[in-house]
Structure formats: C-alpha cells, structure tokens
Write a protein that binds this ligand. Structure first.
Ligand SMILES: [Zn+2]
Length: 253
C-alpha cells in the first residue's frame, strides 16, 4: 500500500447489450466497457492506482481476468501507469493511436517535468496535488515495451471507436463508446483538474500540453460531434451536448 487512499466513484451509460462506466477518482479517471462478461479498459490511472482499477472492475461485477484488451488515450503516467503492471499480470494487449506507440514505449517522453511545474509550484493547489500524486508514482518513467497500434479491425468489447485527438500529446486519441453516445476525451477535454480553479468543461493547463495549438484544434473538432455525455480524463462526467461542452472549454480556457 503506497500513499493515502484516493477515492473513486462509478457511473454508467447503457447501450443495448453493453455498458460504459466512468470511474472518476480524485486525481484521474479510467473507463470500463462491459459486454457480457468481457471488459475493455481505457486508461488505468497512476501506477499506485492499479489495485483501485481491479476494485472498480469487481464493483461492476467483473474480474480482471475478463479484460480482453486495453486502450490508451495517451502515454502520460496518470493514464498509462496502472496499465504497466495490469497488462503484465493479466496478459492483455494495450492499443493506441500509432503515433503514441513510441511514447508509450518510452522511446521519448512528452510529459510535464520539473521545469514546467516549478514556475507554478508556489500555488497551494499545485502543492496539494503534488503531495497526492507523488506517492501514486507521478515520477515513474516506466513504459509499456510491447505497446501496440490499433489493429484493423479494432474488435474490443463495447465496440469503442477511436477519434484522433492530437495535441495534448502527439498521438492522443479520444474514443466514442456506448454506440456513439459517450465521448471518452482523455486530456483533450476535461471537466476539472486538481490544479484548476475552473469547474466544468475546459482545456487542461498549458503546463501539461505538448502542442497547445493542435490541442485547441482538436477541441474545435469536438464541436461537430453528436455525443450526449462526456467521460473526461479528469473531472466528473458531463451530461448534455459534448459539442456545447467543447465550445465552452474554448471560451473559458
Ligand atoms: Zn492526465
């Protein structure tokens, strides 16, 4: 057991014979797609949250052995971290946008480091965040050596559909799930963050963006989607037009 307990809450959207679950923790989110007993995992929190991912699967009546494959939105430690040990322990593949594969393998790293954080580290919110995420493994540099690009066809439980969403990292991907009702937006569009003062749909702090201009173009592309629920990478779910959420994010951040 490392660090103090980080709470999480689970909510769901049903679509025919499958369900999509947002697991919203205090620091980052992950998503479970369940079709029958089969499960697709999208992201898996920090390294120190792997046991919470397993616990969340048990809470929806599943088992980690039922994971048929995982998808990654992007290879930052707060989304990839839990997948390192889980994919090894349960033997499932981790798929992502082809551009993100080398990042997930840690051939290079596009992640905020001390040089990005130090200028804002005097803020109480940032200090509190660092105190929470340091014991969860925020400094881990471990990647997934056999990270894989999306296979064609991508045939995973819950039938997730990748939506290119580059900018936050070069190969960031969003996913349409629950028959297109839900956009899993990763960090391309969030609804809160421990270091943000804004509540509701927003672009994540520039300190964490690899390419701010491309990231904003991605949010503009979300304004054409028909999805009616947002499962973001950080912050609670947002019900209602995802296109409107994207427009709001561009206005407030
Ligand atoms: Zn993140």
């Amino acid at each position: 057991m490392i660090g103090k307990k980080v709470n999480f809450r689970i909510s769901r959207v049903d679509a025919g014979s499958s369900s999509a679950f947002l697991v919203h923790s205090d620091v980052v989110n992950w998503i479970l797609l369940q079709a029958g007993s089969d499960i697709t995992l999208i992201d898996a929190g920090y390294p120190g949250q792997a046991s919470d991912v397993v616990e969340s699967i048990r809470q929806i009546g599943g088992r980690p052995e039922d994971i048929r494959g995982a998808l990654l939105t992007h290879a930052h430690v707060d989304h990839l971290g839990g997948l390192v040990s889980l994919s090894e322990q349960y033997g499932f593949d981790v798929f992502m946008d082809p551009v993100e594969v080398s990042h997930a393998r840690r051939d290079h790293l596009q992640q905020a480091g001390p040089a990005d954080i130090v200028p804002i580290a005097y803020r109480p919110r940032v200090l509190r965040w660092l105190a929470t995420v340091t014991p969860l493994g925020v400094l881990s540099r471990t990647g997934i050596p056999d990270a894989k690009p999306f296979p064609d066809p991508l045939d995973l439980p819950g039938r997730p559909l990748p939506v290119a969403a580059h900018g936050h990292t070069d190969g960031h991907s969003a996913y349409l799930v629950a028959d297109g009702q839900v956009l899993v937006s990763g960090d391309a569009l969030v609804s809160g963050h421990p270091i943000s003062k804004i509540d509701g749909p927003q672009c994540i702090s520039n300190a964490f963006q690899h390419d701010v201009e491309t990231a904003r173009r991605t949010v503009r592309s979300f304004t054409t989607l028909d999805a009616t629920t947002l499962f973001p990478g950080h912050g609670p779910r947002v019900d209602g037009s995802v296109a409107a959420a994207a427009r709001r994010a561009l206005e407030v951040s």
